[in-house]
Ligand binder design. Structure first.
Ligand SMILES: Nc1ncnc2c1ncn2[C@@H]1O[C@H](COP(=O)(O)OP(=O)(O)OP(=O)(O)O)[C@@H](O)[C@H]1O
Ligand SMILES: [Mg+2]
Length: 258
């Protein structure tokens, strides 16, 4: 096994000066909403307390945008991400993705849709520790019925794209935090999804590794045009995105364009 000292090409380093302005991104293209959320409410109820986690959230995300969702702990960021992506239900309001309301999708349709069109990256990586990096990355492909030899090829290419070609046979437990998160990103992107949801993708990483992972997401967004929605506490992450959506107490208080 040989590998280069640094698997990350220099252009993947985070650099907000390279961020295209919204007008540049939108120039020459009709702005097309990929996600539209209207008046989303969600309350968690237990026998003792009620938490009104989302209190009337309206949000439109355009195709190809890289958006940060920020705000204090407990303000509803994860709840919003889970509601928008159909991972969790909400009480009222409507979410439309690529023109189809989540409410009109059966569980089966939604699961299929998620497998084909969405990728997920979480703070805790969510990789299976006992199988290799390439087996983790190919899993979404196998689940959506891609033939094993083709799945393996695409997974290897995905790992190469995130600078981990030489680490395919390593298990996550044999990799460093930044490498593990890059495997998770490769897995989220292997299906070439239109939409990638990330919840604190750099939350467990040191600053340098976090910059590296973010730079990679920015690069992939630019090269492949995926829409990325990233929940983060990290102002540096927000700075690198096209737009920061600021939440407070279950509501969006600012939709700022940078
Ligand atoms: N499954 C649940 N049951 C009960 N309450 C919940 C549940 N999930 C979230 N909550 C509550 O809903 C509110 C919003 O939680 P959420 O996890 O969306 O916040 P967050 O902004 O993602 O916070 P953090 O930055 O700490 O991850 C919080 O008050 C939380 O305690
Ligand atoms: Mg959260």
């Amino acid at each position: 096994m040989s590998h280069t000292p640094s698997e990350t090409p220099p252009e993947t380093q985070a650099d907000s000066s390279q961020r295209p302005k919204r007008e540049e991104r939108m120039a020459g293209s009709e702005s097309a909403a990929i996600v539209v959320a209207e008046k989303i409410h969600k309350t968690f109820r237990s026998s003792e307390i009620e938490v009104h986690a989302l209190r009337g959230v309206d949000l439109t995300i355009e195709a190809g945008e890289m958006v940060a969702i920020m705000g204090p702990s407990g303000c509803g960021k994860t709840t919003l991400l889970n509601s928008l992506s159909g991972l969790d239900s909400f009480d009222s309001g409507q979410v439309t993705i690529e023109g189809v309301s989540l409410a009109d999708m059966s569980d089966r349709t939604l699961t299929d849709y998620r497998a084909r069109r969405m990728g997920f990256v979480f703070q805790s990586f969510n990789l299976l520790p006992v199988i290799s990096a390439v087996e983790n990355v190919e899993m979404p492909l196998l689940v959506s019925g891609v033939r094993p030899t083709q799945a393996r090829q695409r997974a290897l290419k995905g790992l190469a794209d995130v600078g981990l070609a030489d680490w395919a046979s390593h298990r996550p437990m044999q990799l460093a935090g930044g490498q593990i998160q890059r495997v998770a990103i490769a897995r989220a992107l292997v299906n070439n999804p239109a939409l990638v949801w990330a919840d604190e993708p750099t939350g467990n990483l040191d600053v340098a590794t976090s910059n590296e992972v973010l730079g990679l997401m920015r690069q992939l967004n630019r090269e492949q045009g995926q829409t990325l929605v990233i929940v983060t506490h990290d102002p540096q992450v927000g700075e690198l995105c096209d737009r920061i959506v600021q939440m407070k107490d279950g509501q969006i208080i600012n939709y700022s364009d940078q």
